[in-house]
Design a protein around this ligand. Sequence first.
Ligand code: ADP
Ligand code: C5P
Length: 243
Amino acid sequence: DHSLISDNNVSPSATPAPLKQPFVIGVAGGTASGKTTVCNMIMSQLHDQRVVLVNQDSFYHSLSEEKLKKVHEYNFDHPAAFNTEVLLSCMEKLRSGQPVNIPSYDFKIHQSVESPSPVNPGDVIILEGILVLNDPRVRDLMNMKIFVDTDADVRLSRRIQRDTVERGRNIQNVLEQYTKFVKPSFDEFIQPSMKYADIIIPRGGDNDVAIDLIVQHIRTKLCQHNLCKIYSNIFIISSTFQI
Ligand code: ADP
Ligand code: C5P
């Protein structure tokens, strides 16, 4: 907590609710555009803040046995592939300062696995994923919206590399999935969501200048936010004395 006067000193009902909310950043972009890399860079530069990273991938629907048999016909890049209700409820809880259990997803078996990760609320919450700017209810949670814009050929070559090494796929499957689902869904849902971004980062994690500017902006906002908190607490304390 960065306020000089702890919230414990005042009655919770007297504290204006919005000022207690963390700063929420959405980071969208195509597959392998560098979203995770950008988030890690932002987090490492904000090391003195409590930053929480939430990944949209954690909220993939688990595939039933039926769907697993035809996994090559399943579109993981469509908004319906995600359980957005659960994502919204987790984000709302974090925003209101409550801890949550985030589901754990295994890309090799296309299912959620046991042992969700307990996540504590922070001063900054970063929500990262291909479609986080697609749903207006999710966008409405955000104080800052970022789109990582990396060329499709760069993304595809990174995806082949990553999926064959880390996600248990072979090159032929990756290319088939890319042509059938990943690219069409990018064109239909992800690329059009770029218009909602406040900031577009060309070249992802290679763009140090953009990351520096974003971190500077977050610091300014957190500072304003904390000043508001301090002023509101002083106001509450002074009105308490008047009573
Ligand atoms: P996303 O979260 O958008 O899928 P990642 O940040 O996980 O993207 O990056 C996807 C892959 O590309 C990872 O294997 C990562 O190491 C690699 N990668 C990301 N950014 C760069 C970069 N600027 N230069 C080289 N490789 C990168
Ligand atoms: O990390 P990245 O943003 O690339 O993760 C999203 C991608 O993961 C989607 O493009 C989707 O095609 C892929 N995916 C997959 N298998 C799953 C779940 C997601 O290939 N079981």
